[in-house]
Design a protein around this ligand. Structure first.
Ligand code: SF4
Length: 371
């Protein structure tokens, strides 16, 4: 059996960012110890149910994992190691908010075997960070990088955001220059999405905030692509760029629809064609509410493989698709994909089906045909 990916969700934040609809809560530090207890029990229980499988990637996401006290983080890390055989060369990533990383936590990360950090820089301009409700400055991100390096962790990702209200091309260039000056191995450039139920949503719908046009978004995205390409970063997914050999193995495996187990509030798992969704509300998770289990039909599994695989620049390996699903990709989707193949949004190259550069810009128009 192929080694799995392990995901651990830490749902605590200093303050909610204005655009955030992730499962994260501010002001709940007093629940961290109980959360760790419940989480460690879940990890041990699931490992037993799954037969103590091997794992080769670990990803702590959130929320803000770097907000945990070091001793709680180390307890979770130790529980993972006690219950899964984690490969010696496993990729172990922890998301950190630049405003919360301390020397003590950086040492704990190194001690746990963490070898990759993901830092949410988002933008270099104080006014844009402020408008997002972020708690840090760009300078704090630079200090966090230094802290991580001093602790022995040299592989890190920076998250950047594009399509922010008021963000100009000059801002985007400045943010990219700043990010590149820190020599990250990996950069993620995500477009800001206005999610219902967030303060940003209210601001946009009452006209207090004007979102940039699709054309501006596309220009900023194009800028990210060209500047990162010029600087030696390979785009391997719609929003992700890396120096050769440094793509995120954990996320790439998810896009290839490999199996993973997720632990913690709101965490999802994909295991033996079953999706498992843990309670999305912190109190429900803490009170032991059962996860929601959904069997995935063969048709849904094929659809997921296509939706996820097309996000990768390498696309979908057609032989691999046939081996996994027992049907040739074009036998199942050929008719619906034909228009995109004819007009060049989709390409078939070296046994892979992939989006062209233009196809990536208009990915939704390709996916709609599959629905
Ligand atoms: S730090 Fe991340 S998870 Fe926390 S509120 Fe901000 S965007 Fe949400």
């Amino acid at each position: 059996m192929k080694p799995l990916g392990l995901y651990v969700h830490i749902p605590f934040c200093v303050r909610k960012c204005r655009y955030c609809d992730f499962a994260s809560w501010a002001g709940r530090e007093s629940d961290m110890a109980q959360y760790t207890d419940v989480l460690c029990k879940e990890i041990a229980q699931r490992a037993k149910e799954c037969g103590y499988p091997a794992a080769d990637t670990v990803f702590f996401g959130g929320g803000t994992p770097s907000l945990l006290p070091s001793d709680l983080y180390l307890r979770i890390a130790q529980t993972l190691r006690q219950n899964f055989s984690i490969a010696a060369d496993a990729e172990w990533t922890v998301e950190c908010n630049p405003g919360t990383l301390t020397p003590d936590f950086a040492s704990a990360l190194y001690e746990s075997g963490c070898n990759r950090l993901s830092l949410g820089l988002q933008a270099a301009q104080p006014h844009l960070l402020l408008s997002l409700g972020r708690i840090h400055t760009a300078e704090q991100a630079a200090k966090a990088v230094l802290l991580a390096r001093n602790a022995g962790i040299h592989n890190f990702n920076l998250d950047l955001m594009l399509g922010l209200p008021g963000q100009t091309e000059a801002d985007m260039r400045e943010t990219l220059d700043f990010a590149l000056s820190l020599s990250p191995r990996h950069l993620s450039c995500y477009a800001l999405i206005v999610e219902e139920g967030t303060p940003l949503y209210d601001d946009v719908h009452t006209g207090r905030v004007i979102m940039p046009s699709d054309d501006t978004d596309r220009t900023l995205y194009g800028l990210c692509r060209s500047i990162l390409h010029e600087n030696g970063y390979m785009q391997y997914e719609i929003s992700n760029f890396a120096q050769p050999g440094f793509f995120c193995r954990h996320n790439a495996n998810c896009w290839r629809r490999e199996e993973y187990l997720g632990f913690g509030c709101a965490a999802h798992s994909l295991w033996k064609n079953e999706r498992r969704a843990n309670p999305a509300v912190l109190d429900s998770y803490l009170s032991g509410e059962a996860p929601e289990l959904t069997a995935i039909s063969p048709e849904e599994a094929m659809f997921e493989s296509v939706m996820l695989g097309l996000r990768l620049t390498e696309g979908i390996d057609e032989n691999d698709f046939a081996r996994r699903h027992g049907h040739a990709l074009m036998e199942v989707y050929g008719d619906r994909l034909q228009p995109a193949l004819v007009d060049g949004r989709l390409l078939r190259q070296n046994g892979h089906l992939l989006l062209s550069e233009h196809g990536m810009d208009v990915m939704n128009s390709v996916l709609v045909a599959l629905l």
